[in-house]
Write a protein of this length. Structure first.
Length: 342
C-alpha cells in the first residue's frame, strides 16, 4: 500500500508539536487548563481571530466540543439547525440527539446552508408550545464536502440569527483548511464578530489531539468550565493541549500546515482533471472523485481512501491530504491514476 489518503489525522503529529511537548515534558504545570501555556495559547488565538473579549477553552476532540457547546446553549425543548450533511447529524452517533437536543436539518447546497433557508425553516416551526423551538444554527467551515463559506455568506447567516434570536456556532474541525484555501475571502479576524462561538481544530491539522473552543458570547461562556467538568470532559493535564496550541500559533505554524495540505490537494485535483476523472468542487484538502466500481475499489485498497457514496455501477471515494503529505506521495497517486485510466 502506498501513502494513505484516508484522512488528515492518521499521522500522530507534526514534529514541531512533538518537540514542544518533549521540551516541556518534565515541567510541573497548573492542572485543568489553568497553566501558563494554555493562557499564552488562548491569547494567541484571541489575537489571530479578532476576539479580544472571548473566552477560550481547550478540549480533546470535535464531537466532544460540539456536544459541550450545544448542550450548554440549549434547553431540552430547543433544537439546533444543521445541514443534513452536518457532522453532528451524520458522523457523531447521535451524540447531540442522544443527549436530548433535536437536530433540525436543512438540505445542503454543496455542503452549505443559506440565511434564507434558516429563515424559512424557523418560520415553519409555528406552534411554540407543541414543537421544538429552533435556538441555534450550526455549520462547518470547511464543510463535510470540503466547501467553504464566504465572509458575506457568514455575515448573512449571522444577521438572520440575530434577527431571530438564534445562537450561531461554527464547527472548525478543518478551519485551517478553509482559511488557507486559495478561494477563501474570510479574514480570520472576522470570526470574533460573526458568531457566538467557533472552534479551531487541531486534531486534523497537525496536533496530537485537541480543539480550541472560542466563545464570543458571554452568556454562553458563563460557568462553561463547570459545564465541562459536569460532562466529564475536563482534562487534568489540560496543559498538554495548551502546549500544542501555543506551539502551533506562536509563529504561524497552524496556518502553514493547513496551507500545505491544501496545496497538495490542489495538485491531486489538477492531475485528476487532466486524466478526465470526475471530481466534486472542493477548494480544500478533501477530494471527492467518482470512478467505475472496480477502479474505485482498487484505489480504496491501494491508498486507504474512504467510500463516500455508492451509485451502483460507480462509487464516489474521498481522498484527504494532511500536514505531512509530500509531493512524492502525490506523484505516486497520480502515476497510479495515469496507469489505471480507462
Amino acid at each position: 500500500m502506498g501513502k494513505r489518503f484516508r484522512n488528515d489525522y492518521c499521522e500522530l503529529a507534526h514534529p514541531f508539536i512533538l518537540k514542544a511537548l518533549m521540551e516541556h515534558s518534565s515541567e510541573q504545570n497548573e492542572a485543568y487548563g489553568l497553566d501558563v501555556h494554555s493562557r499564552k495559547a488562548a491569547q494567541y488565538i484571541k489575537d489571530a481571530f479578532g476576539a479580544p473579549s472571548a473566552e477560550v477553552f481547550f478540549l480533546a476532540g470535535g464531537t466532544q466540543t460540539n456536544l459541550l457547546l450545544i448542550s450548554k446553549a440549549l434547553r431540552h425543548f430547543e433544537g439546533v439547525i444543521s445541514a443534513d450533511t452536518g457532522h453532528i447529524n451524520v458522523h457523531e452517533t447521535a451524540a447531540v440527539e442522544g443527549s436530548g437536543y433535536k437536530i433540525i436539518t436543512i438540505p445542503n447546497i454543496n455542503g452549505k446552508i443559506t440565511a434564507k433557508q434558516v429563515e424559512e425553516k424557523v418560520a415553519s416551526f409555528n406552534d411554540d408550545e407543541h414543537m421544538v423551538r429552533p435556538r441555534m444554527v450550526y455549520i462547518s467551515n470547511s464543510t463535510e464536502l470540503g466547501t467553504i463559506y464566504t465572509e458575506s455568506e457568514l455575515a448573512e447567516i449571522c444577521g438572520v440569527c440575530k434577527k431571530l434570536n438564534l445562537y450561531f456556532f461554527i464547527d472548525g474541525a478543518r478551519l485551517g483548511s478553509a482559511l488557507t484555501s486559495s478561494e477563501n475571502d474570510l479574514k480570520p479576524s472576522a470570526l470574533g464578530k460573526l458568531c457566538d462561538a467557533f472552534y479551531v481544530g487541531g486534531t486534523k491539522n497537525g496536533l496530537l489531539f485537541g480543539e480550541a473552543l472560542v466563545i464570543n458570547n458571554p452568556e454562553l461562556a458563563k460557568d462553561f468550565r463547570r459545564h465541562i467538568k459536569n460532562k466529564g470532559a475536563m482534562l487534568a493535564k489540560g496543559y498538554a493541549v495548551g502546549i500544542q496550541f501555543e506551539a502551533a500559533f506562536e509563529n504561524g505554524l497552524y496556518f502553514e500546515l493547513a496551507k500545505k495540505a491544501n496545496v497538495m490537494a490542489d495538485l491531486i485535483k489538477k492531475g485528476f482533471k487532466e486524466f478526465g476523472i470526475d471530481i466534486l468542487p472542493s477548494p480544500t484538502n478533501q477530494i471527492f472523485a467518482t470512478f467505475e466500481k472496480e477502479s474505485a475499489l482498487l484505489y480504496i485498497k491501494t491508498f486507504g481512501c474512504e467510500l463516500w457514496e455508492d451509485h451502483g455501477e460507480k462509487l464516489t471515494i474521498r481522498f484527504v491530504t494532511s500536514f505531512l503529505t509530500e509531493e512524492p506521495d502525490v506523484n505516486e497517486l497520480l502515476e497510479f491514476a495515469s496507469s489505471h485510466r480507462k
